[in-house]
Structures are given as structure tokens and as C-alpha cells.
Design a protein around this ligand. Sequence first.
Ligand SMILES: [Mg+2]
Length: 207
Amino acid sequence: MGESERVLRPGALLLDMDGTLTRPLLDFHRIRADIGINPGEPILESIARMDQSRRAKATAILERHEEMAARESTLNTGALEILDWARARQIGTALITRNSRQSVDTVLRLHRLRVDCVIAREDGPIKPDPGALFLACEWLGVEPKDAWMIGDGRHDIEAAVAAGIRSVWISHRTERSFTAMPWRNTDDLLALMELLESTCEGPTAAD
Ligand SMILES: [Mg+2]
């Protein structure tokens, strides 16, 4: 790797949950059908537009799906290693998700995951709003320019682009179906680990 390609070690890792740390379990088609949201419509944004009584019912359906998925969740290969790698280097970690706080707590407990900060949808602006990423950086005491956002979804990359934060898109070997440009692509968390291992602490800027 040439000098100009050297990548600085991140100051913090901001991580998506479903599909990134865990294998994707949420069946968004089924959730939309159960709630009565048109195919392709964003679920949280659609619920937010509903009147109060419909919103309460829709939220209950969504939370039931999320809790079931959380209880049956399995980790993606490399998830624990990534968190261990960061902790060993005192690199802060944040889990940033559009899922409910309860489902996050279930996943963290089930897999004994340790992250430094959790931002669930109840905690602030949801991705693709960059606010959740800024909040995480603030809590972790890092500048956004030094953080990396890791995620498998459109919202992760859109939020990172809007925040001016480097993003690594976990593609799971699929084609990108959204326009926001990730800073880097990796097939999976093992490839992300290789990228992290290749970073250096020196003053050479990434790009
Ligand atoms: Mg995801």
C-alpha cells in the first residue's frame, strides 16, 4: 500500500445494529403489511404521519416484530472481534439504530455486547438525519471527522454523508441500491476488520 493510501485509524466507530452487528432479521415487507403501509414506504416516517390511535397500534405491531427479531438475533461473524479491537485501542463505540431501545437492550444482553453508547430511536433524531451521529460523537468526545459510520443500509450512508463522516458500507456482497456514496465498501465485518487492521496511527491523512 502506497504512502498516499494510508488510512488513519478511526477515533470512534459508530455502528448500525440490524444487518451490521446482527444478521438481518427484520422482515420489513411483513411489518409494512401488518401495519398497512404501502410497499417501499419508510416505516418510521409513515407511522409518524398517522393519527394518534393508528400510530399507537402501528407502534405496537412494530415493537412486537422488533422484540421477536431481537430475541432470535444472531451476530454477524466478526461483530465481537470488531468491538474487542476497538476497546483494546480505546476507540469509542456507539450503536446507532432506528430500532426501539427495548430491542437494542435485548440484543446487547443476549450477546453480551459492550458498546460505549447507544442511540435508539427514542433517544434523538433517527438516521438518515445526521443528528444521531453528531450526538454519538459528542458523547464519545470525538470530532465527526475522526469517526467512522459502519452500516449495511441506505440510512447509515445517507446519515454519514450528511454529517460529513466517513462511512463503510457493509454490502453483504450485494449491489448498492441507493445513491449516497459510502467512503469505503466491504463485503462483511471480516473485511472491515482487515481495513481496520491496515489503518495507522501516524499523521498521514487518509484522502
Ligand atoms: Mg442495518
